[in-house]
Ligand binder design. Structure first.
Ligand code: SF4
Length: 237
């Protein structure tokens, strides 16, 4: 296998190799879980600083209350909504964020998710970033999974993996990590969705804060993993 950093290997080739290796190791991840695009959007907000297990509990509460639509979220009292999303943590803040998202979808698209999805990706992304509580990662989650738009989601797992593979941007605001993928891979929504899910899976199973490099499927192309010190002792992020 070519070595990362060798002159003849482009960043696109490296990213494609990493994708192929991860897909071969873990298989398709079938993300994002949810029965409807709006439920996926709610999950994207609730998963901020929360485990998915707790997000599932909050979504189950919303389902039981028949509150998984933009209109239902708008009509709920703030306190009642906060009570329903309590398991996901930061429940008052998250209730406000969900209300802001539901207001946005209602006022801009009359609750029509198909109409929302028809907006140009860059335009819609900028609009989403103007909604209270929606940052770059959440905006890209919403674009990519519920709306099937070609966005790439950057999270701590992705930052860590790029850094350890030696291909992280020198300075690292979100957009540089994002463009590392979007500028060097074909614009393929299905691949972007699968790639992010695979990075998360790999970050949980091997490339944790203290990486488990022995047996890692990327070890052969990972300079960090090939460092004896890291293999034996882990590294501090
Ligand atoms: S070899 Fe180690 S540092 Fe490299 S990707 Fe695998 S777990 Fe992460």
């Amino acid at each position: 296998m070519d070595e990362i950093g060798a002159d003849e290997v482009s960043l696109g080739d490296t990213l494609t190799t990493v994708y192929d290796v991860l897909l071969n190791r873990y298989g398709p991840q079938h993300w994002w879980p949810g029965d409807s695009p709006f439920e996926m959007m709610v999950g994207a907000v609730l998963t901020q600083a929360a485990s998915w297990t707790n997000v599932e509990k909050a979504i189950a509460n919303l389902k039981e209350a028949d509150a998984l639509s933009p209109r239902a979220i708008r009509e709920l009292e703030q306190d009642d909504l906060a009570r329903l999303v309590y398991p996901s943590g930061y429940y008052n803040a998250k209730a406000r964020k969900l209300k802001a998202l539901a207001e946005f979808i209602g006022s801009k698209f009359a609750d029509d998710i198909t109409s929302m999805a028809s907006v140009d990706t860059g335009v819609l992304r900028a609009q989403l970033l103007g909604v209270h509580g929606i940052g770059e990662e959440t905006a890209d989650d919403i674009l990519l999974y519920p709306l099937d738009k070609p966005a790439f989601v950057i999270d701590e797992y992705a930052r860590r993996l790029l850094f350890r593979l030696g291909i992280a941007p020198e300075v690292g605001p979100y957009k540089l990590y994002r463009s590392t993928f979007t500028d060097n891979l074909p614009e393929d929504t299905k691949m972007f969705a699968e790639y992010h899910a695979l990075i998360v899976r790999h970050g949980r199973e091997n490339c944790q804060k203290s990486p488990v490099c022995g047996g890692c499927c990327l070890l052969e192309i990972c300079p960090t993993g090939q460092s004896t010190e890291v293999v034996l002792h882990g590294i501090d992020d």
